[in-house]
Design a protein around this ligand. Structure first.
Ligand SMILES: [Zn+2]
Length: 281
């Protein structure tokens, strides 16, 4: 009889592959937020930076709480950044190149959804940061919003060691191209909405070694935390937090027909494959 290798039995230990724990929304109760995440089984979080001013914070949080971090300049932050910031990123990558908790370059990318952004400026920062990722042999954490083709074009020019396309909401063909380049796709709160037909279809149909789970907290609250626009005056907008990850994972498990244990094992293995340094932590 053929020997079947069981998946690593890690009893629902979850990895939040994308969480902005450094965000000011968590200033008042960050330690509690993390304690709730740990109590829910979320053992590891990846904290991507969005701007130079946060580099020290994500690194400090990662070391203080035993987490992982990434350094990068987010496309929605490039308006306030300049080439000096790219130099500062290069210096930080150099200074911390032996830091085992620095697992990727990110969050970087292109946002073609938010109106009024300077696309050429975004492309300049994205291209420069891909070159840094290649130089440092680091995977990248990508922000993809209506920009999958543009991101892929740059990746053809500047090959990097894969990474994660976070909060992915592209076409099947775009998903296949990212996967062919060694990228995992991030699924989170958006997947929990029944009307998110394309995201749900992707979550159900991509190869089993592709999906990773994320909260993107404090952003992208799942359906059960979401406050409708008309009700927002009455109550503050919902804050997402990493303890929501196992609940979000239920949706992925249901869509794929995986047990929760299998969902935890596979998605954690996928994050580790995308971010090899994470596996050593
Ligand atoms: Zn993000």
């Amino acid at each position: 009889m053929a020997k079947v290798t069981p998946l690593v039995p890690i009893d629902c230990v979850w990895t939040d592959s994308h969480c902005h724990l450094d965000a000011p929304e968590f200033d008042a109760d960050r330690a509690d937020v993390l304690a709730r995440a740990r109590a829910a089984g979320v053992a590891m979080l990846v904290l991507p930076a969005v701007q130079v001013a946060h580099f020290d914070t994500v690194r400090r949080l990662a070391h203080e709480y035993g987490l992982a971090y990434a350094l990068g300049i987010h496309p929605l932050c490039v308006d306030r950044a300049d080439d000096g910031d790219l130099d500062r990123l290069a210096q930080a990558l150099q200074a911390h190149r032996s830091d085992p908790r620095l697992v990727a370059l990110g969050e970087i990318g292109l946002d073609h959804f938010v109106p009024g952004l300077d696309r050429a400026r975004q492309a300049h920062f994205y291209a420069a940061q891909l070159k840094l990722a290649r130089e440092h042999a680091l995977p990248v954490i990508l922000h993809v919003r209506r920009s999958a083709d543009g991101l892929l074009q740059h990746l053809r020019r500047t090959e990097v060691p894969g990474g994660i396309a976070h909060a992915f909401n592209g076409s099947d063909a775009q998903a296949a191209q990212f996967a062919a380049r060694g990228f995992k796709l991030g699924f989170g709160g958006a997947m929990t909405f029944e009307r998110a037909l394309q995201i749900r279809r992707l979550a159900a149909s991509v190869a089993g070694d592709v999906p990773v789970l994320e909260t993107d907290a404090p952003d992208i609250p799942p359906q059960w935390l979401y406050v409708k626009a008309g009700e927002r005056t009455a109550q503050p907008p919902a804050r997402n937090e990493p303890s929501q990850l196992p609940q979000i994972a239920h949706t992925l498990a249901a869509l794929r027909g995986w047990s929760l244990e299998e969902t935890a094992a596979r998605t954690t293995a996928n994050v580790r494959a995308a971010l090899p340094r994470l596996a050593a932590l």
